[in-house]
Ligand binder design. Structure first.
Ligand SMILES: *Cc1c(COP(=O)(O)O)cnc(C)c1O
Length: 459
């Protein structure tokens, strides 16, 4: 197809929606390291995980070999309410940048949760329902995951208890109300409802909470209440598996218009959207069928890939969760309070960590003021008000396109536009008022939290 024949938007039909998720691990020579039991230091077994997670999700979590997991019809039907998502050719952005690069983005913001998180929320809620559970517990930071999960639980008639990081609970009352409208109960974390919450409050009175702390509380409630399990919206292998629907659709849409991307860019918090977007492309790269440049973009204020270490660490602050081998800043690391752009988790998906360690992808860190500049430029020409998280990917895509302007290269760039920013207007306000600043952790800050990593015997 000639350039000018390529439509602004390429959609798949409902029938063309993927029928199976793709498990990238099946094609990895070096598999991601197993989760360890923090008590014994031994790999966690399915029996140890089933009190925390639903049985089918444990199976998906531990399976490094099965390449495709069929998507149950009920989940596919739910997907049809808001998928397939469009692959958009950013003609207007290309024009503004005056670049020979061809820019595409996969837009995941067309649902009420405003992000890609619904793709995994419906899957996790479905398996909980299948198992006959009463409900699930979870944590949420900015609130996208809690919103997505409350939509999925309402649809399936499951009870949902959300621990919301206290600072967000207070500063983002609208997200909270969306969750409550869908029937979820929302508790600010740390709370007095759990042992770990009471312990953290006793040690740090007045703390405004963190994701790691909210995770500890949600896990405790799930384990102590019969008929409940815990679900997590990022980082885990199962979440990357469900999110592969993004990449599979993108690949099918590219095939439809006869285009192959050269560079694939995504923002990285816990790694789920990036892992999902790159899945089928990385699969081709691992099997030696094609090559792609893949770039993870993270905030300079929470730089797990670019300044972290590849080591076993806790996923939560309360240190009750399994240990995962990942790029991490240490579970005691708390990003600066003036960091508004999301992506605040201290660690990273074990799958992406292994791929990065093996040199199969790149990473870069960007400062939040430059992220919001990119968001503003994008919004003004492409129309969509992007989430701050997504805008990290926009920043890197614009930078790549500007480099093409210098070199004259006609590269094809794909980036993941994970969501919309309607609930992030306080951050946009800071930016518009010229009050946004960049706080980058010092080497000493990072050395402190990295020194507190758990000691794990070398395998
Ligand atoms: C949660 C979220 C992210 C980051 O999470 P990942 O697991 O790294 O994908 C990015 N963008 C949006 C809009 C989000 O809600």
């Amino acid at each position: 197809m000639k350039n000018q024949d390529i439509p602004y938007k390429t959609y798949l039909t409902e029938e063309e929606l993927p029928t199976a998720w793709y498990n990238l691990r099946a094609d990895m020579k070096n598999k991601p390291a197993p989760l360890l039991n923090p008590g014994t230091g031994k790999p966690l077994t399915a029996e140890e995980l089933t009190p925390i997670f639903c049985e089918e999700l444990v199976r998906q979590e531990l399976d490094n070999d099965t390449a495709f997991f069929p998507i149950p019809d009920e989940i596919r039907d739910f997907y049809k309410m808001y998928r397939p998502s469009p692959l958009v050719r950013a003609y207007c952005l290309e024009k503004v940048l005056d670049t020979p690069a061809k820019i595409y983005y996969k837009f995941e913001g067309n649902n009420t949760s405003g992000s890609h998180k619904l793709n995994s929320a419906i899957a996790q809620a479905y398996y909980a329902k299948q198992q006959g559970l009463k409900g699930v517990t979870t944590e949420t930071g900015a609130g996208q995951w809690g919103t997505a999960l409350s939509m999925a639980c309402a649809y399936l008639g499951l009870d949902l208890k959300v621990f919301m990081v206290k600072v967000s609970y207070e500063q983002k009352p609208f997200r909270r109300e969306v969750m409550r409208t869908y029937g979820a109960s929302v508790t600010p974390s740390p709370s007095m409802e759990t042992e770990v919450g009471r312990r953290i409050l006793a040690e740090f009175p007045g703390t405004t909470g963190s994701l790691g702390c909210a995770i500890s509380e949600a896990v405790e409630v799930a384990v102590k209440n019969p008929g409940y399990r815990y679900v997590l919206g990022s980082v885990l292998n199962q979440v990357l598996l469900h999110q592969s629907v993004i990449g599979l659709e993108a690949k099918a849409a590219f095939d439809k218009i006869g285009v192959k991307p050269d560079v694939i860019i995504g923002c990285a918090g816990g790694g789920s959207n990036l892992g999902g977007l790159i899945a089928p492309f990385m699969g081709e790269k691992l099997r030696g069928e094609a090559d792609y440049r893949i770039i993870a973009v993270e905030p300079a204020s929470c730089p797990s890939f670019t300044r972290g270490v590849f080591a076993y660490d806790f996923c939560d602050t309360g240190m009750i969760c399994p240990l995962a081998k990942m790029y991490t800043l240490g579970s005691s690391f708390i990003p600066s309070a003036n960091h508004a752009g999301g992506l605040r988790f201290h660690g990273m998906s074990t799958i992406l960590s292994q791929l990065y360690h093996d040199g199969l992808m790149e990473a870069r860190a960007v400062e939040q003021t430059s992220v919001f500049q990119a968001a503003e430029q994008f919004a003004r020409c492409e129309g969509i008000l992007p989430a701050p998280e997504s805008s990290h990917a926009i920043r890197a895509a614009i930078d790549e396109a500007l480099r093409c302007r210098e070199t004259g290269e006609e590269k094809t760039i794909l980036f993941g536009l994970t969501g919309t920013g309607y609930f992030d207007l306080t951050a946009y306000q800071q930016f518009n008022d010229g009050l946004m600043t960049d706080t980058i952790p010092t080497d000493e800050d990072l050395a402190r939290s990295i020194a507190a990593l758990p000691k794990v015997p070398e395998e």
